[in-house]
Each structure stands twice: as C-alpha cells, then as structure tokens.
Design a protein around this ligand. Structure first.
Ligand SMILES: NC(=O)c1ccc[n+]([C@@H]2O[C@H](COP(=O)([O-])OP(=O)(O)OC[C@H]3O[C@@H](n4cnc5c(N)ncnc54)[C@H](O)[C@@H]3O)[C@@H](O)[C@H]2O)c1
Length: 353
C-alpha cells in the first residue's frame, strides 16, 4: 500500500463500482476513498469494496491530501465541474465518457489539466479490448493499406437506459445514444484509423420510442426501472455521414430503440484489407497471391478492459507512460458530437473546424 497511488472514486453507481473492481487488479493502485451523494449507496459500496473513507461531498474528498488521483464517475452534466475542481485541487483525473456536455466544456477540462500539470485520461475503454489492441497493431503495420471508409453500427432494438432518469434527460446527459454509446465507437475508430480530422458532418436524429414513456415496451432495462415522473427529451436514433478532409468518410447508425434486430460493430475499409470488429471473430478480408483471402486474426482473450485502462492510468500518473486516451482526443470526439447535433437540428451539413 505504501507505494501505491492512492485513488478516490467520485460517484459510486454502476461504473464507479466497475472502476473500484478494476483498480483492485492493479498492484500499483489502492482505492482509499469513495464519494456519492446517496448515503445508503455510499455505505453499501464502501463495505462492498472495503473502503473506509466515505465522503458525501466531492469537495471534501478533493481536500483529502492522501488522495493523489481520482476517477470521475458521475452523470455527464457534472463531468466538467468535478474534473476542473479535481485539477484545481492538484489531483490526477480519470474521466468517464462522454468527456463533457460540449466541446467548450471539454476544452475547459484540458485547460484545467494544463494549469495543474496533472494527468487526464479519458474513459474510452473500448480501445482496451483485446481485439481492438490487435487491430491497432495490424493497422499501424499497414495491413489495411489506405483507410477510406468506416462504418459504425450500434443499434439496439429496445435498450433505452434508465427511462425517465438522468440518461434520458438532456440537461443531465447531453443527449441520447449518440453521446452515450456513439462516443465509444467514434473514439475507437478514429484512434484505430488515425483519422482524427473530422471536417464535416450531415446527420439526422429521431425520437420515436421513449415518449410517452408509458408506451415503451421492452424486455430489460439497464439503469432501470423506469421513472415515469421523469423526463425523456433526447434522441433514440441517430444516423449520418462524417467527412474526413474529403479523402475518407464514416457512416454511423446508433440507436437505443428502433425496430431492428440490433447490431454492434465497427468496420474499417482500406485499400489492402477490411475488417469488422465487434461481431464474430476478427477477420481480415484481403487478397493473397492474387486470390481473395479471409485471415482469421488470433489474439489473446480474457483481458479485463477496465483493468487494462486503470493500469495505463496509474502508469501515466507515475510518469511511466502516456494516458490511454487523451483530453485532446476527447475534445475531437466532442466536436464531432456537437456538429452531429447541430447538423440534425439545422437539417444541413455542418463544417467542423
Ligand atoms: N465506460 C463505460 O462503458 C460506461 C458505462 C456506463 C456509464 N459510463 C459513464 O459513467 C458515468 C456514470 O454512469 P453510471 O451508469 O455509473 O451512472 P449511475 O447513475 O449508476 O451512477 C452515478 C452516481 O453518481 C452519483 N452522483 C451524482 N451526483 C454526484 C455528486 N455531485 N457527487 C458525487 N456523486 C454524485 C449518483 O448518486 C450515482 O450513484 C456517466 O458519465 C456514464 O456515461 C461509462
């Protein structure tokens, strides 16, 4: 414990507990404090994760000199406020996705990081999956050739989380499936391909199933049960096209609810090879000795992506490597999200600077 980085987790709902379990697998980290505004949940999580210091106010956790690094695991509307406060208190920050509610908020977080000279790592955990790591190696090795198109398909038939709660209240979440699950695959595919220059977007969003809430039929609900006294004012479907400097493009289909069987994959098409990640074995569609060839890519399995993410965060805090996903990359994802919503609301293509 003496040489471990001492961590505090702010927000111990679903993902806060996932972070606590992940840090428990990192030898160089120790979770010493938790914070939540719900006292019963805080006590229950304290005993579940074996943590004694429990704070109901995040300012008190940030004032604790023992804590060097935090995980911010609160609803999206609090990401900027708490991340900036953490940097101002001299802590390193692991920030859950989405980075914030807007590009401007994301830039404010980066500015606070720079003032503090501390580490910011974005919670882009999909990058840490075994298949993503090996796919990144293939792409960096040139096995796909020039990448010119990406397809992101993240469709759920009925998968609205916490209907009526903060996820479906725009003022608290910033939006629906686009900002909730779309961010993961926008980040993943831009990281894999190196296409970090989205220049324009044309998008449409729909809201067909979440309201009126009583009419929503479903089998199971993440973050449920529904709160019919709450709000649903976000999209439940988003689709569109992103341009990358006129040389590459991305089509995306993202839904929480639609009359579709539901799929979850990212496809990356290059001049030498194409690959689909997320549905079935990782297979490189390519050519070999003048014939079409399907190469099944072997890779390790069973890595806990959250443990891998925290391992990299703690290494970055110790000055032993870069953060696994940077604030600058988070800002680019936020620019894309802002432009998608703007395009959908204005009914036209929108440029991204
Ligand atoms: N990386 C992933 O795969 C993943 C998965 C789920 C959620 N998330 C993200 O994690 C964040 C939290 O999501 P969740 O599903 O855990 O939500 P949740 O509602 O289960 O948990 C959020 C917790 O924050 C607490 N909280 C609210 N205000 C607070 C405050 N001022 N101070 C301290 N605690 C406060 C709530 O009481 C709650 O316990 C969101 O930004 C979400 O997008 C990421």
């Amino acid at each position: 414990m003496a040489n471990q980085v001492k961590v505090g987790i702010i927000g111990v709902g679903t993902i806060g507990s996932v972070h606590a379990d992940a840090y428990a697998k990192v030898a160089d980290a120790g979770v010493v404090a938790l914070c939540d505004i719900l006292p019963d949940r805080l006590r229950e999580k304290g005993s579940r994760h074996g943590v004694e210091k429990l704070y109901e106010n995040y300012h008190d956790l940030l004032a604790d000199p023992e804590i060097e690094a935090v995980s911010v695991c609160v609803p999206n509307d609090l990401h900027m406020e708490i991340a900036v406060a953490a940097f101002d208190a001299g802590k390193h920050v692991m920030l859950e996705k989405p980075m914030a509610m807007s590009t401007a908020q994301g830039m404010a977080i980066c500015a606070a990081r720079d003032r503090a000279g501390k580490v910011l790592q974005m919670g882009m955990v999909t990058r840490q999956r075994d298949e993503a790591q090996v796919l990144k190696e293939l792409i960096d090795n040139g096995d796909l050739g020039d990448i010119y198109h990406i397809r992101v398909v993240l469709t759920r038939r009925r998968g609205i989380p916490g209907l009526g709660g903060w996820f479906t209240t725009k003022a608290r979440s910033g939006g629906g499936p686009l900002i909730d699950i779309g961010v993961h695959y926008f980040d993943l595919t831009m990281w894999l391909s190196g296409l970090w220059n989205p220049t324009a977007v044309s998008a449409t969003i729909y809201s067909k199933f979440g309201s009126p809430m009583e009419n929503y039929h479903y089998v199971s609900m993440w973050a449920g049960p529904p709160d019919f006294s709450g709000v649903f004012d976000v999209e439940d479907y988003a689709c569109g096209t992103v341009r990358f400097g006129g040389k590459a493009s991305m089509n995306f289909d993202v839904s929480w609810a639609a009359n579709t069987p539901g799929e979850c994959y990212a496809e990356i098409l290059g001049t030498k090879g194409g690959v689909r990640m997320g549905s079935g074995p990782l297979t490189l569609l390519t050519e070999f000795e003048d014939r079409l060839a399907d190469i099944k890519v072997q890779h390790s399995t069973g890595t806990d992506p959250f443990a891998a993410e925290m391992t990299k965060y703690i290494a970055a805090v110790r000055g032993e490597g870069p953060p696994a996903a940077t604030g600058e990359e988070g800002v680019i994802v936020m620019k894309l999200i802002d432009a998608i919503y703007q395009s959908a609301h204005e009914g036209r293509e929108v440029a991204i600077d």
